[in-house]
Design a binder for this molecule. Sequence first.
Ligand code: GLP
Length: 244
Amino acid sequence: MNVIKVKDYQEMSKEACKIVVEKIKELDRPVLGFATGSTPIGLYQCLIEEYNKKNVSFQDVTTFNLDEYVGLAPDDPRSYYYFMMDQLFNHVDVPQENIHIPNGVTSDLEKECHDFEESIRKAGQIDLQILGIGPNGHIGFNEPGTKFSSRTHVVKLTESTRNANSRFFDSIEEVPTEAITMGIETILECKEIILLVSGENKAETVAQLLNGDITEDFPASALHKHNNVTVIADEAAMKYVNKD
Ligand code: GLP
């Protein structure tokens, strides 16, 4: 696992932005995986700036998102679909038909999971996946205890995750109890992975990721099994890790 230590949130976002832009330029038909949460917002702002400066185009980009809440429609401002349109896709030239985000309001969730996997396969796998990390080590919405062999599936969210994400809702009761997420095995099949981490509230999580055991109790530890993962972490997040 490659670790890039940067000064702060802004540097983390810029560093990630550079890598994503290079990847888009390098490939004819890049397939990118995106994440939600507060962490990648700076990256998305930087990508929009690069697009506005005409340094990059998303015309040939296909995108997949990691996860979506069950029960929130795409036009619900708290859905991950809405988040991605608002934070990135509405501001760049990615064709609408190239955007893939699990649908959390379908009557057949199992079919949705299956179709999502099928779309990734048809796109020829994800070239570069951006990840954030939950305080309990979740990636996507793969909660502790998720099998490393999991594919896209429906999960029951833990209280700690619902609590952590309740800041986007009026109250914890409104946070959905389930979500669809890419599985750990699906994530490990991405050709390259960038994990972004910022802030002191993630410092213990980063220390466990870099120094702890590989165990299904800490989903992000599965990333040690992948040969092309880069963690971009700022000084605050690296507080408990000895690395200059
Ligand atoms: C959510 C998302 C994850 C994300 C995590 C961390 O639970 N499902 O994909 O990584 O939040 O969010 P934040 O970046 O806001 O700390």
